[in-house]
Design a protein around this ligand. Sequence first.
Ligand SMILES: Nc1nc2c(c(=O)[nH]1)N[C@H]1C(S)=C(S)[C@@H](COP(=O)(O)O)O[C@H]1N2
Ligand SMILES: [Mo]
Length: 251
Amino acid sequence: MKKKRLISRRRAIFTGLTSAGALLLSGCLKKAPPTYGSILRIGDDLTYLAQRGLLSQRALVMEYQQSDITSFPVTDIGDPANPASTKAYSKEYEALLKTDFKDWALTIEGAVAKPGRYTLDQLQKLGERSQITQHSCEEGWSAIAEWTGVPLAALLKEAGVLASARYVSFYGFDKYAESIDMLDALHPQTILAHRMNGETIPARNGAPLRLRVETQVGYKSVKYVQRIVVTEQFVDPAQDIQAGWSWYNGI
Ligand SMILES: Nc1nc2c(c(=O)[nH]1)N[C@H]1C(S)=C(S)[C@@H](COP(=O)(O)O)O[C@H]1N2
Ligand SMILES: [Mo]
């Protein structure tokens, strides 16, 4: 009698677990970005599912003290102010840089009720958050800085983000682009920064506006953001996946 009960309890737990597992997985898979088209990238899907399953959407990344701030390495690549820079910056960006971005405005479009353009002043009125965080580059370096800017959630709200929206893409003036999902987009530490260590962001660090996605590695934090596009479908705006990069790289 005892044995039978044990078996049925076990069976109940087992069936419970498998059905919960199947439910969780099918639910999660629907939310996951499409698999990366190659068996080699299957680990990326697992990382995404594990992070999304284990970490609450609101979990904050570590924030540091003023005394922890370090310098950022000066990289030739991505320095529009450096004539030796190997990157082809748009003429448009160079012109804006020369006039201190006085004619600059950010475009937001796609799955929003009010697509439009925002000047830096208009963006600043939407709210402000400062955070001292560690930037981790996939090439192996990391650095700590204070970033101040508009929470992306505030801009999305202002633009009337549609309930069906699932991803947000960011396009830089140098044709660099990245997309993130709505969980990262609405994360309280995801900001559009206009100040670095209390000063206007230097051009090489992404002036006049630079995305900070603290929940992922450095390459998701698009510099010199020009345009934001909210989408219902998954988009990989700069074809990172084909180039062999992970679309999701949570830390
Ligand atoms: N527009 C744009 N954003 C970008 C990049 C870039 O080349 N162009 N490089 C990314 C990478 S790989 C890193 S590590 C960080 C570097 O930021 P930093 O130049 O402020 O150190 O910017 C990210 N954002
Ligand atoms: Mo990087």
